[in-house]
Write a new protein. Structure first.
Length: 317
């Protein structure tokens, strides 16, 4: 990550924050990774008095748009976010050391620069070739602005199984106690559920822990519809924070086919960002809340390199 003027803070203005994994490694493999990070953002933002106007979690980096705040609160929020995420993530996956590069940030001092930055953040998955429209991506939270179940069937508590109702009560309890959902808590939440219920509870969690106010697009663009039109019709880079262009469509392709990266004809820059484990050059991604159990993940990541195309299989529940 490069910045035109490195890390600049100007009190009284909103800031675009950019967090990227060390060496461009993939951080967000499973839905549990996204849920953990999002709920952590919500809890820490509330703890430090930070207002969030936009979030976009990608495979190896995160964008945040932060409302005006004092320098001390801003620094404490970013410090706690990276430290707590790294500690819990490393404990889950058996890693050591920092996961992210030093954060980059830049102030936005005009209405035009603010709106352009918000559009850029929402459009990150579109620019990366993952989807055609920003509203189709779950982890920029855009679809949740007007709907509480954009990626699942409508949840009616009174019609749910007793087990599902108990899970909903537990999520409510964690939310009321300002508890972020780490991996152990998510395991407790997701284990008793069916695949359809898992999708419903994810939407429920995202709505509960969404740090972005629902009226933010209306206040910035006049209406939600105007915001979507602006987002759909605008592409390009962000002025103050220069982000290297990456084609994330190859990640989506390999996650669906589980092909070795050599068969995808990747460029050197993209291939170098793929996580290397035990000389098995793969990355496994489960996009859009496809749940994999931990055993399946470990078997796939740490198994010996496979020899032929026929050896590759998609591991799922």
């Amino acid at each position: 990550m490069k910045t035109r003027k490195n890390r600049i803070f100007r009190e009284g203005y909103p800031h675009h924050v950019y967090l990227k994994a060390l060496n461009g490694n993939i951080l967000f493999y499973r839905t549990e990774d996204y849920v953990f990070f999002l709920t952590l953002v919500y809890v820490l933002a509330k703890r430090h008095g930070i207002g969030i106007e936009a979030v976009c979690i990608m495979f190896n980096h995160v964008h945040l748009f932060v409302r005006p705040v004092k320098r001390s609160a801003f620094a404490a929020f970013l410090r706690d976010l990276q430290c707590r995420f790294s500690f819990t993530y490393n404990k889950e996956y058996g890693h050591k050391g920092p996961l992210m590069m030093p954060s980059g940030y830049a102030p936005k001092t005009s209405r035009k620069s603010i709106n352009s930055c918000l559009i850029y953040i929402f459009n990150n998955p579109v620019e990366g070739g993952m989807i055609k429209r920003a509203v189709e991506y779950k982890w920029n939270l855009l679809a949740y602005s007007t709907c509480d179940h954009p990626f699942s069937e409508r949840l009616v508590k009174r019609d749910s199984r007793s087990r599902m109702r108990r899970v909903l009560e537990y999520v409510d309890y964690c939310f009321e106690k300002d508890t972020y959902l780490d991996y152990s808590l998510q395991n407790r939440i997701f284990n008793p559920l069916t695949p359809m219920e898992k999708k419903q509870i994810i939407d429920y969690i995202v709505c509960k822990y969404n740090p972005v106010p629902k009226n933010i697009l209306t206040s910035r663009f006049g209406s939600y519809e105007n915001a979507v039109i602006a987002i759909d019709s605008t592409t390009g880079s962000e002025h103050d924070i220069i982000e290297a262009r990456e084609d994330y469509s190859v990640y989506v392709l390999s996650s669906k086919s589980c092909l070795p990266y050599q068969e995808l004809h990747l460029s050197t820059s993209v291939a170098s960002s793929i996580l290397r484990l035990d000389n098995c050059l793969f990355h496994t991604l489960h996009i859009g809340a496809v749940f994999c159990n931990q055993q399946g993940i470990n078997e796939f990541l740490y198994s010996p390199p496979l020899k032929t195309r026929e050896d590759y299989r998609v591991i799922s529940d």
